[in-house]
Design a protein around this ligand. Structure first.
Ligand code: ZN
Length: 231
């Protein structure tokens, strides 16, 4: 069982048997149910892993503050970014630096592999990430345009769920995200990175409609911020 909770923008909490994982922890984004790390900490006593896909502010979010608050949390990110964030809070021993293309085991039944993302970043390469739990894998695309090697991600990792940006401007818009669904062919697609601020306003229902027309075997689930989904 995998528990997925969207906090708005690209922030997700993923619960698997052995760990709780927070991805792109801008937990105080305008759609999020949380306005501070303290309010978040009332619901979550610990987070085992904080994954950051790249160093833009709307993805790093409150990573440093969370690492300071949760003393057992570890930061998992591309080498340069993981080291920088861990050093910032004086916790280099809690850094798990990774890079694109190599599977990394975090727990007995929990592995991650970082994927390319076509985007920009100041510290290290921008990435997406595939998380493998006992029997389901989940692909968080990070911030990216659509690219042909999403097909390779599909062939290698067969993600059950794909979390895809649809907001346009800085990432794929709806047309491109539908193409991404065609390339990845997950069982389920969840749109993200939209309606957080003006540049990324869009209609997720249109994404769902186009996927239904063009790739009907893929189910689109539009989550409300704060909503849980069990798969
Ligand atoms: Zn970005």
């Amino acid at each position: 069982m995998v528990l997925i909770r969207w906090l708005g923008h690209a922030a997700f909490i993923i619960g698997v048997d052995e760990a709780t994982i927070l991805i792109d922890p801008w937990i105080t984004n305008p759609l999020s149910p949380y306005r501070s790390v303290d309010s978040f900490a009332k619901d979550y006593k610990s987070v085992d892993y904080i994954i950051v896909t790249h160093d833009h502010g709307d993805h790093v979010g409150e990573a440093a503050e969370l690492l300071s608050k949760f003393k057992s949390s570890r930061i998992v990110a591309v080498f340069e970014l993981a080291e920088e964030l861990a050093k910032k809070v004086g916790a280099i021993e809690r850094s798990i630096p990774v890079n694109i293309g190599g599977r990394v085991r975090l727990e007995k039944n929990l592995e991650v592999v970082f994927t390319p993302a076509f985007h920009s970043s100041s510290k290290g390469a921008p990435t997406g990430v595939v998380i493998f739990s006992k029997n389901k894998s989940l692909y968080h695309a990070g911030d990216t345009g659509v690219f042909g090697d999403m097909k390779l991600i599909a062939e290698l990792y067969r993600p059950y769920v794909a979390l895809l940006p649809i907001g346009g401007h800085f990432t794929m818009g709806i047309e491109e995200a539908v193409k991404a669904v065609e390339l990845i062919r997950p069982r389920m697609a969840i749109p993200m990175h939209y309606n957080t601020f003006n540049a990324v306003f869009t209609d997720p229902q249109l994404f769902a409609k186009l996927v239904k027309e063009r790739v009907p075997e893929v189910e689109v689930r539009i989550l409300n911020p704060g909503q849980y989904l069990e798969i």
